[in-house]
Design a protein around this ligand. Structure first.
Ligand code: FA5
Ligand code: MG
Length: 384
């Protein structure tokens, strides 16, 4: 099958990953594995490090008891990442088509929520904390999605006898609106920021916040009032304490803050990127100056969809072959044959290098490899 073949060709031979031994469930491609340990958040000159510092300063000012964590390892067990958060065993977010597994019990954390119960039970006196780190997901490809990105988790607890759930929710919204105002001078009710209802198994009610950026609404965070079962899983008594939690995407906020147009830039080692930022960049309102734009090369892929095929399988194959030269993959056509029921899809891959013009010949070579890897189920067509 497409997936089986991929596993054989794309994946590096596994060695231990941060002390955890792989088994046959291992599905971390080399391109993702090499992101482990880059510690972008701990670099005070990197836009993500600058943003993380700024978020910490804001919370320290609001809440002197707030504790900060940013050195937890990204390999976590499925109990912390999913079970303690009420994510059911069959939930799609824990399937290997969405999540990187090291072995059947350990994953690359898919969100920083994996540390919620851990910190609450490890520090019984704690009332609020932020925890930031690198997280990993098999996901779609465009300017605001990347398989490795960074989240910041926030948790605050309240005395359940003194503060109602409604007041907890109000405090949550006020805190996050305050953060947005501090970072961007944005206010709700204007055309730049809006709240939407969401669902997470670990919060009730749940909300998400979107910011208008580059002509579109971009989701920047999810949040809500912590579910009773999650508090119990952390060793707390829901009759005595309750609280809120949020998880925000640091790249998305940094893109808005510094005017960074594409998520791939955060991993760039090109000095034309890194030398634009310094610890003072937040105070000085630094805006990213794009280096000259190089033209894209477009390639289309048409394929009959094999059984058990997930779009993410193809995306990862493309990302693995093309690395950061792949800017986006758009679904152009989705067709089901009326008689045979066979389904075909057409994807358009936009190739663009950040620092030079790609030639049609070099892109063709990579495109051919993707077509080969997909085991003959895909054929090239020409982008118009
Ligand atoms: C979560 O990950 C929840 N754990 C958030 C949460 C925490 C909810 C605590 C309630 C309580 P979600 O999957 O929506 O939610 O991701 C949160 C944010 O991460 C998104 O809003 C977005 O900003 C960012 N994000 C998600 N996927 C990607 C990606 N592939 N690339 C870059 N950023 C991403
Ligand atoms: Mg979301």
């Amino acid at each position: 099958s497409l997936t089986g073949r991929m596993a054989a060709t794309v994946l590096a031979p596994p060695g231990e990953l941060l002390g955890v031994a792989p088994d046959e469930k291992y599905n971390v491609p080399a391109g993702v594995r090499e992101k482990l340990g880059k510690d972008l958040l701990l670099n005070p000159k990197h836009p993500l490090g600058i943003l993380w510092r700024t978020v910490q300063d804001y919370f320290a000012e609001q809440d002197p008891n707030c504790k900060f964590f940013d050195t937890e390892k990204p390999v976590v067990n499925t109990v912390d990442c999913f079970d303690k958060l009420r994510v059911p065993p069959e939930h799609p977010s824990r399937s290997p088509s969405d999540t990187y597994y090291v072995n059947k019990d350990y994953v690359l954390r898919t969100h920083t929520s994996a540390h919620q119960c851990q910190f609450l039970s490890q520090y019984p006196k704690i009332t609020s904390f932020l925890c930031a780190g690198d997280v990993y997901r098999r996901d779609e490809i465009d300017a605001s999605h990347y398989p490795a990105f960074h989240q910041c988790e926030g948790v605050r607890l309240f005395d359940a006898e003194k503060v109602s759930r409604e007041e907890v929710l109000e405090d949550l919204k006020k805190t996050l609106e305050g953060l947005a105002a501090h970072l961007f001078q944005l206010k709700t009710g204007e055309d730049t920021m809006r709240w939407l209802d969401e669902y997470f198994p670990f919060t009730e009610p749940s909300l998400e916040l979107e910011i208008f950026y580059q002509d579109d609404w971009m989701e920047v965070l999810g949040c809500g009032v912590i579910h009773h079962d999650v508090l119990r899983n952390a060793g707390l008594d829901p009759a005595k304490v309750h609280g809120w939690a949020f998880g925000l995407g640091l790249e998305r906020l940094a893109m808005v803050l510094f005017g960074i147009p594409d998520i791939r830039l955060f991993w760039s080692e090109d000095p034309r990127f890194s030398e634009q930022f310094a610890p003072e960049s937040f105070a000085e309102k630094t805006r990213f100056k794009p280096f000259s734009k190089y033209p894209p090369v477009l390639k289309d892929i048409s394929m009959w969809i094999p059984e058990n095929f997930a779009d993410n399988d193809l995306f990862e194959m493309i990302r693995d072959e093309g690395g950061d030269q792949v800017e986006k993959v758009d679904l152009m056509d989705d067709f089901t044959h009326p008689k045979t029921g066979k389904r075909s899809k057409m994807f358009r891959v936009t190739w663009r290098d950040m620092s030079r013009t790609l030639t049609n010949e070099e892109v063709n070579a990579k495109h051919e490899t993707v077509l080969e890897l997909s085991c003959g189920s895909a054929v090239a067509t020409h982008a118009k």
